[in-house]
Design a protein around this ligand. Sequence first.
Ligand code: SF4
Length: 358
Amino acid sequence: MNKNIGVYVHIPYCNSKCPYCDFYSLADKSRAREYVEAVNVKLKNFTKDNFCKADTLYIGGGTPSSLPAEMLCSIVENVKKSFRCVPEEITAEFNPSDADEDYFKKIFASGVNRLSFGMQSAVDSERRSLGRRADKNQVEKAVLLAKKAGFNNISLDLMLGIPKQTGASLSESIAFCAELGVRHISAYILKLEEGTFFYKNSSKLNLPDEDETADLYLQAVSELEKAGFLQYEISNFAKAGAESKHNLKYWRLEDYLGIGAAAHSCINGKRFYYPRDIDYFINGGEPIADGESGSCEEKIMLGLRLKEGIKKELLSEKSLNEIPDLEQNGYIKTTPENISLTPQGFLISNTIINMLTE
Ligand code: SF4
């Protein structure tokens, strides 16, 4: 294999568990050093048999910044050494409450050139309801310190449909992001994941209902675009040229290697993953096969997440017959070769994908 791949490294540690989150993460970091060593061994082993270049690296989690900077730097160094190249885009997810000038300087010097901060909201009461420790001033300080250390490619996460959120409070969060001069925003609608505190207590949370959440989403698309953040994916918005190169690989079905507990890979048409179990990973457990990738259905499903949409040639005759109605109702846009979803279409994307893949 001689091509470019994206590398994802999962850091399964967080200082505390947010009440809505079902990502694989642990508070006990006693095996963190062994875990990072196991990541570096897997990187080396993969590149022994596969001649490819890593053009993107994404260190996600969990909370990568809950580990010492040296551990993150060691992962970056090992990716460079194992793949014999410097990835063009190297992202680390960062909790604003971990912000520290020295930490930023160290990871920037190692090659990390993009940061993704878990902000969720610029309104302190909303952040608190999500279990977030940093207040708005700390988020601002984190972004300014990161910029001072050299980072100019910064993303902030925004959450939509959170307890007590209103149109006015969302506008406040978006204005805050725009004023901070970041180049990328991920705006996710809160999903109640089974097993989480939010799932079990949803009736007591004062959550916006489905229609209110849909309005918040449409408001976010419109206000972000006015602030120069162009939508390129159902939940992602960027200033020109600041789209996440790594995440685009997932939606475009390009190859990526996932290393770490709960990390998923897709390489040469095969999917595989590591279980949600750090002991399995540290003990050298192999990834588990998860079927083939690249079916027409999958291309439609992932491609319609993107603003660029999909080629009409992927659709069956029956699905093509659905297009005029969907277009008339404002859910899709078409060109002679392509179809793509509008913001209204993104809101009902599952229904549309089901219609087009039946
Ligand atoms: S910091 Fe992120 S990964 Fe960790 S518990 Fe909170 S939402 Fe989940």
